[in-house]
Design a protein around this ligand. Structure first.
Ligand code: FAD
Ligand code: FES
Length: 370
């Protein structure tokens, strides 16, 4: 474990409060709601019972919410910093028509309690502590970079960070005043704001338009010497990747986080799981029955339950497909599986017969409560 990871793994404050143990403590109480912009709010939580939070800056949690009688999971980055360990926060942008983001904005108030899974994720400077940093974010993709900026500046170690954030307009800039303050207070922290348009702010002093190669070379001349952390909408990140590749940037020093797990998997070049037609389902498969819908599928040897269901045209809830987020969690009524999860399910849930179809291969015929 490198020293920076160790610093966050062992909380820097020495208090009697016990530490947050992912997988055990799962109830957060909202203690504050802040308006960040016209369509972005920050929700601050404490743990119930009270304890201190420990995580890497840039990691995310999964909220499990009951909305209209249905359990719904969504991932949100912790925008807070582990250097202030008594509370955590998430910062959520309303997605037009979106189920959970709008529910949170309209319903989550101080005193509300939510069930939480996590933290998870490896998008953190703490895992790549060697070089000066270039943080690139677009829109609500600012949250992990803000967590990292808060953490690095709180530790008051010598840092060299350039933070380039892109927004639609000045009124859409999330954490605008705080980022300016960080730059004023910390000599090793510089910020650049890019806005597509400047409607409503004629005296805008940042960059206007899109982040392109010329703008990057002008505002961060030494960008090729930096480790890049990038988060934002899919087209923004595709543009950044192209720009960096074309300018000869060594992509070994590029790290990105997508708020869409599908994009993340595609960008990482992960092969989709084989569909049933390409493997011998007849000879090696196990039968899987969904008890509520009556649907029945065959899962081929080596195939996950989720991959087989999707290949058969069934729609199961899923997000990360990597056993991380808990979205696909289901009750296994009969049978046995080999589940290789990455923290998306708690031990007590497994003991209660729950499993994650996205990372489970049948060891026998199965019946699933769906
Ligand atoms: C690792 C991770 C971290 C995340 N961190 C944050 C965060 O810090 N802040 C934050 O606001 N969100 C974050 N998200 C996104 C969040 O999980 C939800 O996807 C988002 O709030 C929309 O959920 P919803 O239920 O409102 O919309 P849904 O009901 O799921 O979707 C409604 C429609 O919007 C589209 N859509 C879904 N998500 C987005 C999106 N992000 N942008 C544009 N269109 C979308 C869908 O394709 C669909 O058409 C994160 C996602 C991941 C995977
Ligand atoms: S889809 Fe994320 S754990 Fe299964």
């Amino acid at each position: 474990m490198n020293t920076i990871v160790a610093e966050f793994a062992a909380t820097p404050f020495n208090t009697a409060a016990p530490l947050w143990q992912p997988g055990e403590d799962d109830t957060f109480e909202c203690v504050q709601v802040r308006d960040e912009t016209h369509d972005v709010k920050t929700f601050v939580f404490k743990a119930v019972p009270a304890r201190q939070f420990r995580y890497l800056p840039g990691q995310f949690i999964t909220l499990e919410l009951e909305i209209d009688g249905e359990i719904t999971n969504r991932c949100y980055t912790l925008s807070s910093t582990p250097t202030r360990p008594d509370c955590v926060s998430i910062t959520v942008k309303r997605v037009p028509g979106g189920k959970v983001s709008n529910w949170l904005h309209d319903n989550l108030k101080p005193g509300s309690r939510v069930s939480v899974l996590g933290p998870a994720g490896e998008f953190s400077f703490a895992l790549y502590p060697q070089r000066p940093y270039l943080f690139l974010s677009g829109g609500s993709g600012i949250t992990p970079l803000m967590s990292m900026s808060r953490a690095l500046t709180d530790l008051a170690q010598p840092t060299d960070i350039v933070f380039v954030h892109s927004s639609r307009s000045p009124s859409d800039i999330i954490f605008r005043h705080e980022v300016v303050l960080l730059a004023r207070q910390h000599p090793g922290f510089r910020q650049v704001q890019v806005c597509q348009g400047t409607a409503g702010e004629p005296e805008w002093s940042g960059l206007t338009g899109y982040l392109d190669r010329a703008a990057l070379e002008r505002s961060v001349p030494d960008f090729k010497e930096r480790t890049v952390f990038c988060c934002g909408p899919g087209p923004y990140m595709a543009g950044v990747r192209k720009l960096l590749e074309e300018s000869g940037f060594d992509m070994a020093h590029y790290h990105e986080e997508s708020f869409n797990f599908g994009e993340l998997t595609a960008a990482a070049g992960v092969e989709p799981a084989p569909a049933c037609e390409h493997v011998s389902c007849e000879s090696a498969g196990f039968k899987v029955r969904f008890s509520r819908t009556g649907d029945e599928i065959t899962v081929a040897a080596g195939q996950t339950v989720l991959a087989a269901a999707q290949a058969s045209g069934l729609r199961l809830p899923a997000s990360c497909s990597q056993g991380l987020c808990g979205t696909c969690k289901s009750k296994l009524v009969e049978g046995q599986v080999d589940m290789q999860h990455s923290g998306g399910i708690r031990k007590r849930e497994i003991d209660q017969g729950m499993f994650l179809p996205c990372c489970s291969k049948p060891l026998s015929d199965l019946v699933i409560d769906r």
